[in-house]
Design a protein around this ligand. Structure first.
Ligand SMILES: [Zn+2]
Length: 219
């Protein structure tokens, strides 16, 4: 796996490992997670919420969480959808994003970047983003009406006229870069192709568990 190493029972993104103030990971099937991860009911939206809004009951549904609080870890759960983690070493704000095709069509990764910028004063060019394991362009076939939603980022998808395999990790990379993020790492691992490591909704349907991708500022 090269630099995509394993520590704390979850995979580490090489571009997020160097920050001593940060904890993060992309879970495997059998990962043990740190206690107290703040999560939210995910609805395939473009909604970004703060950890405090969820904790205080002001927000019950969202698909991305942000925080800059000490000792608060935010997480999202996936089984094929794209998990994205973002860290800002300047403001020490972070984001965890659940991006399936619906959330990606709503540009949720860019929404989360905007939230880090407007709420915490981050600059997009300072951010480090990591795209975790998700169903890959090898396996994820969608109808042309879905593919065409991504034509703004990947023009060939905009021209689809029949079912086509799309790479949502690549879409999210393009969206993050268009939002001004310079450092984007993409795992590229396919959840459907790696049953020993990952749950996959496409493969396991209702029996599929979920992996958690988490990120937070150490206390
Ligand atoms: Zn695959």
């Amino acid at each position: 796996m090269g630099s995509f190493g394993n520590s704390c029972g979850a995979a580490q993104a090489p571009n997020l490992t160097g920050f001593e103030w940060l904890m993060h990971g992309f879970g495997f099937r059998d990962s043990q997670y740190p206690d107290g991860i703040t999560g939210v009911r995910q609805i395939h939206s473009g909604i970004v919420a703060t950890a405090a809004e969820v904790r205080n009951g002001f927000v019950r549904e969202a698909d991305a969480l942000v925080t800059d609080e000490h000792g608060v870890t935010v997480g999202i759960r996936t089984a094929d959808c794209v998990p994205v983690l973002i860290a800002d070493p300047v403001t020490r704000s972070v984001a965890a994003i659940h991006a399936g095709w619906r959330g990606s069509a709503k540009n949720i990764a860019a929404n989360a970047v905007s939230e880090l910028v407007t709420r915490y004063g981050a600059r997009a060019e300072d951010l480090h983003a990591a795209i975790g394991p998700a169903i890959g362009g090898c396996c994820y076939e969608v109808g042309p009406e879905v593919a065409r939603r991504f034509g703004a980022w990947i023009p060939e998808y905009g021209r689809a006229e029949s079912p086509v395999k799309i790479d949502l990790g690549r879409v999210n990379r393009m969206q993050l870069e268009a939002a001004g993020v310079r450092d984007v790492w993409n795992s590229g691992e396919c959840t459907n192709c790696n049953p020993e490591r990952y749950f996959s909704f496409r493969r396991e349907r209702e029996k599929a568990g979920r992996m958690t991708a988490f990120i937070g500022r150490r206390s």
